[in-house]
Design a protein around this ligand. Sequence first.
Ligand code: C2E
Ligand code: CA
Ligand code: CA
Length: 679
Amino acid sequence: MPPASGLSRLSIKIYKQLLFAMALCSLALLLFCHSSLNKSEINVLTTYSGVDVSGYRKESLFEINEDKEIVLDCAIGTIRAGSTCGLQFDLRGRDGAGSFVNLHNLAFINVYATAENPGIDVNLPLKLTLRSLRQDVEYNDRDPSTTRYQSVRFSPGAVQQLSKDRVTTDQWWVRQFDVPFSAAGTDFSSISHVSVNFAGNVLSAPGRYLLHLHELVFVSYFIAPTFVHTLLSIAWPIIFLFLLGHYLRIKSKEVSRLQALADYDTEFDMLNLHGFKRRYPSSLKQPLTIVNIRLRNFAALQREFSRETVLALINSTFIPFSQGDKSGPVLVKKQDENLLMVMKDCDEAFFATLVSAAQRGVNFPSLGHLRLDVKMGIARGTAGMTIDEVLSQSTIAIDAILDAEPSYKVYEPALKKEYRQARFIEQELRIALQKQAFNIVFMPVYDVVSKRIAGAEVLLRTSHLPLAGFSPEVYITVAEKVGLIRDIDFWVMEQAVQALKSIPESDFTLSVNISSKELMDTRFAEELKRLIEKYQVDASYLCLEITETFFVDVNTMCFESIQALKQLGIRLSLDDFGTGHASLQHLLNMPINELKIDRSFVWTLDDKKSAVIVDAIISIASICKYDVVAEGVETEEQMHKLSGLGCRYFQGYLIARPAPLDALLQTCQSINRKVRTLN
Ligand code: C2E
Ligand code: CA
Ligand code: CA
C-alpha cells in the first residue's frame, strides 16, 4: 500500500480532531447525566401535603407535624384478610383535577418511614404503590381498573433509595381486573397517586399501628442515563463507520489515481507496459496484433540532439497512427528504445506504411531532418492466447531481423527455434566469459610479391563445450545482439597485442576482427591506446578488421572514433568487402588501408559476375591505394587467377588453417625459409 498521501493525511488529521471532540462531548454528556445537575426532585411531603387517606381503613388518623412529617395512626379493631392501612397522596391536587405527574425519567425514590405496632414493638415491612394512567382503557376516577398499580416493598427505619427498577406491577391488580399482558408493564409517565402502607397481611393482630413518613422524594433525570448510553453506543459505531467509509473512499480514489499514474508514462505521453497489461485481458478474447518497434538510433539521436527532440520525433512519427478512431492503434512505451503499437487487426500494408513514416522523418527547424531507424517485429495474437505469448512472439520476430535487411517481420513458428538457440548461446556465452573459456588462433596472410607471411588474422575459439558446435560467426552475432561483444572484443584485443609482442618476425601485421558496434563507442580507442602503451607494441602492426555494416550506420561519433584510432597509427581493413551496402562515397571518405575480398567471391570465380566484381574491387583498391587481401583461398587455381587480377595478399586453407601461435610461427619459418632457399 502506498504511504498516505496529502489528502488522506489531512483526512486522518480531521478525523482525529473530530473523534477527540466527540470523545470530549461524550464524556461531558456522561458526566452531566450522572451528576446532580441532571436530577430533579419532587418532595411529595412538601409539595403534596394534602394527604388523602381514602381507600384505607376508616379508623386511620393522620396528622402533619411542624417538620411536614406525617404520622398515621391506625386503630385496627378486627382483622380482615388483605386489610391494610396507609397514606395516599393524590398527585393531581387536592380535588384530583390537576394533571398527572410525568415521572418518565424516574431514577429512584427516596423514602424514609418508620412503622410500629406499639403492642408488638417491631418495625413492620412497608409498601410504596404508584397508581398511574392506563393507556389502553378510558380513565375513570372511580374505577380502579382504569389505573395501573405498581409497587415496591421496603423496610422502615432508615432512608431507602428505591431504584425504579425495583418497582413492579402488582399481581393482584392484574389478576383482579384481568389486565392484558401489553398493559401490565411498568410505566411512570402519568402518575395520579402514590401511597405508602403496611405491606399486605402484616396487620395480623388488632391494635394500633403507627406509621411515620419522614421523607418521600421522587428523583428524576432531565436526560435519562440509559438514553445517553444508548445514544452513545449507537452514535460511536455510526461515526466510526462513517469515518471509515469516508477514509476508504478517499483511499480508493487515491489508489485509482496512483494506479493511473503507474500505468502511464508521462514523458512519452503514452501507456507503459504495466498499464498495457492491465488494460488487456491476460487471455485474449479476440484477435490482437502487437507491433514491437525497436528504435535503433534512439541512443545515438539522444546523444547528438536531446531527449526532448527524440520524444518529439517519436510523437510526430507515430502519434498520427493512434489518433482518431478509439478502437484504433494504441501506443505503449516498453523501454526507451522500444515501443509497442497494439491494434485489433490490420493488413500487412499497414506495417509498410509505419516503416515509411519512420523513414520519411521529420524536419526540425533548427536541427534539420531527423528520422527514426526502426525494426518492427509483428505478432498476430488469436483468441485464447495470452498477452505475454503475443508479446514474446513480437520480440522473437524483431530479434530475427535485428542484423538483417528487412525493416519488419511478422512472427512465424520457425523463428521460435532460432530464438531459443540464440537464448541458449547467450546463456552459454555468459558462462564461457565467466570461466574465461576462450582462446585465439591465427590464420596467416601470404604476400605473393615478397613470397612470405606478411601477417595473420586473429580468430576466436572457445573450449566451452556447449558452444563447441557453433561457428564463432554464430555466437559472435548473438554476443553483438545482447551486448556481450564488448567484453569479448577487449579480451581478444589484449591477447592479440600480447601475441604481437611475442612474434619475432619482422614487418608482421596482426589483424583483429572488431564488431562495428564497438567502434560506435569512442572509449574503444582510449582502451586500445592503454593496451598499446602497456605492452609497448608498434601500433602500425595492428590492423582492425571492420565490416561494411559499420559504414552504413556511420555517424559523427564513428568518425571521431575512427580518427582517434588513426591517430594511434593503427591500420584499418574493410572485411567481407562486396557483401554489404557501403557506398563508394563512404569508401573514398574512410581512412582505410585494406580491402578484404569476401570468400564467397573467391569460391565462385568461375562465375563471370563474381570475376567482374573481384576485378572492380581490385581496381578501386588500386586507385585508392588500398592493399587487397583475398580470403578463403583453397586452391592454387584461385590464387593464380586472383594474382593475375592484381591481388597481392592471400589468406585461406591453401596457405594454412587457423592454428595456435606456435603453429603460426612454424608456418612463417617454413615459408620464409623456402623463400630464402629460392633466393
Ligand atoms: P571472418 O572475419 O570473415 O573470418 C574468416 C573466416 O573464414 C574464419 O572463420 C576462417 O576460419 C574462415 N576461413 C578463412 N579461410 C578459409 C578457407 O580457405 N576455407 C574456409 N572454409 N574457411 C576459411 P571463423 O574462424 O569461423 O570466423 C567466422 C567469423 O567470426 C569471422 O569471419 C568473424 O566475422 C567472426 N570472428 C571470428 N573471430 C572473431 C573475433 O575475435 N572478434 C570478432 N568480433 N569477430 C570474430
Ligand atoms: Ca575477418
Ligand atoms: Ca571475412
